[in-house]
Design a protein around this ligand. Structure first.
Ligand SMILES: [Zn+2]
Length: 262
């Protein structure tokens, strides 16, 4: 075996292979759920039989077991537990060679416009940096940050952290929480006078049947970035009575029949 010298064009491969066409190659058992496919993750073997989420419209996946996501090559790397290059080789070798790749609908990575409230009690921070290298290192891309109004805070009380806006149930900006990006403790900080037990961080994009509940708002953002549509984060270690009520209201509004907890 000599070192492979063949040039692999990741972009070309992705254009030719739809993420949903990789299920058979990767021996994944995925079931269609609304716009997405869900199934167990054979790599993590945790998170239950719906840990893996693949969203064809975004050509992306997210694994709740590993809290990781990405494109079809990243999915292959996750399932095969290998690096991206080997994953791409695997897909290229087993791929159908479908030449109709050019017809593929252009991926939309720009989420729907968020409802803008006319009145805000707090002005959005204008100085946040959505493409700061620490934000990218945490797995968040600029588009997601801009969409959710999050970004690296170079100054202010959230300095050095990822500032994530928290809204009340009317969509009014009430505070920013600061998520550690360098392993600082505590992981989340809040401004004085703000009680995180009274709020949830919601990354809701469309009314669907299920709400996915995670603890860390960064996980919510990354899951959302990778196509998981209705993710809610509690901002605290435990779930307060106020938060339970907010969740119940959210379920009503979204006609959600269940909440999945990760
Ligand atoms: Zn996994």
């Amino acid at each position: 075996m000599h070192q492979s010298s063949s040039y692999m064009d990741f972009a070309e491969l992705k254009a030719a292979l739809h993420i949903e066409d990789s299920f058979d190659l990767l021996e994944l058992t995925m079931k269609k759920r609304g716009e997405a496919f869900r199934g167990p993750c054979p790599t993590c073997q945790s998170g239950g039989d719906r840990a893996l989420v693949v969203t064809p419209s975004k050509q992306s996946f997210y694994c709740f077991g590993a809290k990781t996501g990405g494109d079809v090559i990243a999915l292959s790397a996750h399932i095969k537990s290998c690096d991206m290059k080997s994953a791409a080789s695997f897909l290229a070798g087993k791929g159908s060679g479908d030449s109709s790749g050019n017809n593929k609908a252009k991926r939309s990575t720009v989420p729907k416009e968020r409802n803008k409230e006319a009145t805000r009690s707090l002005q959005p921070l204008s100085y946040l940096e959505p493409k700061h290298h620490l934000v990218q290192k945490a797995g968040l891309d600029e588009t997601t940050c801009v969409y959710f109004g999050a970004g690296y805070a170079p100054k202010g009380i959230m300095r050095g952290r990822l500032a994530i806006p928290i809204h009340d149930t009317d969509g009014i900006l009430v505070a920013y929480c600061g998520r550690a990006l360098k392993g600082e403790s505590p992981k989340l900080i809040f401004p004085n006078g703000f009680d995180p037990e009274e709020y949830l961080f919601t990354a809701l994009q469309a009314p669907i049947e299920e709400i996915t509940l995670v603890r860390d708002p960064l996980d919510a953002l990354i899951a959302s970035q990778n196509g998981v549509e209705n993710v809610v984060s509690v901002l605290t270690e435990t779930i307060s009575a106020d938060q339970l009520k907010l969740l119940a209201d959210l379920m009503d509004q979204n006609e959600a029949s269940s909440i999945e907890l990760y």
